[in-house]
Design a protein around this ligand. Structure first.
Ligand SMILES: [Zn+2]
Length: 355
């Protein structure tokens, strides 16, 4: 019998066009990997809707920092432009704070992701001493500045400090004029500027993750499992809850339900304290005692052990005793000098379950 019928989308049941390449398990913005298995049971419409989650993962999360270091070659363009730190899905872009001996200052990453530079901004401290950044530009009106501070929605403002990136008296004067028009009552205190040049200082990277962020991780985990195990198609009733979470979200309660705190996967790499010499992602999944687990670790590399998420995707019903089935792959990036058509290649690794 020839298999001539279109497969159905596991999310909306619409036919998925036969012959389609399928969708990347690891988002395309992270690169095109040789030997990667694509997931073929999602329609274009659902994929683009759920793709909003990946925007948050890659533009508002730590991924944006690591993409600058790795610069993956994607299927769209070789040497994809560097990741921009923009907000997505109602979430602000990540903040980078440099810790100087006596204070901390908001900064931005340079193109290479290796250094930080200053930019013109105000830091508004609330009554808990938490700093909130307001970007400045010399052409803004006092009304626009007041509105930007108001948008922070702070009940109480403790103190506000300003920082100008350029040592340009003309710019400083302009800003002081805008400030005094925006808040005529306020007092201004001039602090000494930092010495220009390179300062090796620790940097803190702050990002906001909503359920969009976790839905993107869950999608990677679920689709990876479905490309590995032959047991489930993905549209089964026992996966309804994880599908609904990926498609519609569900807030913190849902995140806590699927993201389990404990790590149940063991890799030789994770057992040692060594970090790898170059960057990769690790995906793993296993079926045990009727429960499907998966792990997503993005950007495991020379400077970072990566954020490791372990998920419980669902329970396969029935009395069938599952053979112990584990699958794991690493998505290894090529070194920048080796990048051509692919950003890297995928190969299987062995895993064991810890409990
Ligand atoms: Zn669909």
């Amino acid at each position: 019998m020839t298999k001539n019928v279109c497969e159905k989308c596991i999310y909306c049941n619409a036919p998925v066009q036969g012959g389609s390449q399928g969708d990347h398990v690891i988002p395309a913005a992270l690169g095109k990997f040789r030997n990667a298995t694509n997931f073929k049971r999602i329609c274009v419409k659902c994929n683009s809707e759920i793709g909003r989650c990946e925007e948050q993962l890659l533009r508002c999360g730590p991924g944006v920092l690591f993409r600058r270091l790795v610069i993956p070659a994607t299927h769209r363009s070789r040497g994809q432009p560097r990741a921009s730190m923009t907000g997505a899905g109602g979430v602000p872009p990540p903040e980078v704070w440099a810790h100087f001996p006596d204070h901390k200052e908001a900064v931005t990453l340079t193109e290479s992701g290796r250094n930080v530079v200053g930019f013109d901004h105000l830091v508004v401290y609330d009554d808990k001493d938490e700093g909130h950044v307001v970007r400045l530009n010399p052409n803004m009106s006092p009304e626009a500045l007041r509105a930007a501070v108001k948008r922070l929605g702070l009940k109480k403002i403790k103190v506000t400090t300003s920082h100008f990136a350029k040592k340009n008296e003309h710019t400083s004067d302009l800003y002081l004029k805008i400030f005094s028009q925006a808040w005529p009552e306020a007092q201004y205190e001039q602090k000494p500027d930092l010495d220009p040049g390179v300062h090796p200082v620790p940097v803190e990277f702050k990002f906001v993750a909503t359920d969009l962020y976790f839905r993107a991780i869950a999608k990677i985990a679920f689709h990876y499992y479905l490309t590995q195990s032959m047991r489930s198609l993905g549209n089964e009733d026992y996966f309804r809850e994880i599908r609904d979470f990926i498609r519609y979200g569900g807030g913190k309660l849902a995140v806590d339900k699927f993201f389990i705190g404990s790590n149940i996967f063991s890799f030789p790499q994770f057992l040692s304290n060594m970090v790898p010499s170059w960057w990769h992602h690790i995906l793993a999944t296993l079926e045990r005692d009727g429960t499907v687990f998966a792990m997503v670790c993005l950007f495991y590399g020379p400077e970072c052990k990566g954020e490791r998420y372990t998920l419980e995707l669902g329970k396969i019903p029935g009395r069938i005793v599952l053979p112990k089935s584990c699958w794991a792959h690493t998505y290894d990036y090529f070194r920048p000098e080796d990048i051509g058509k692919y950003a890297g290649k995928v190969h299987p690794v062995s895993i064991t379950a810890l409990r």
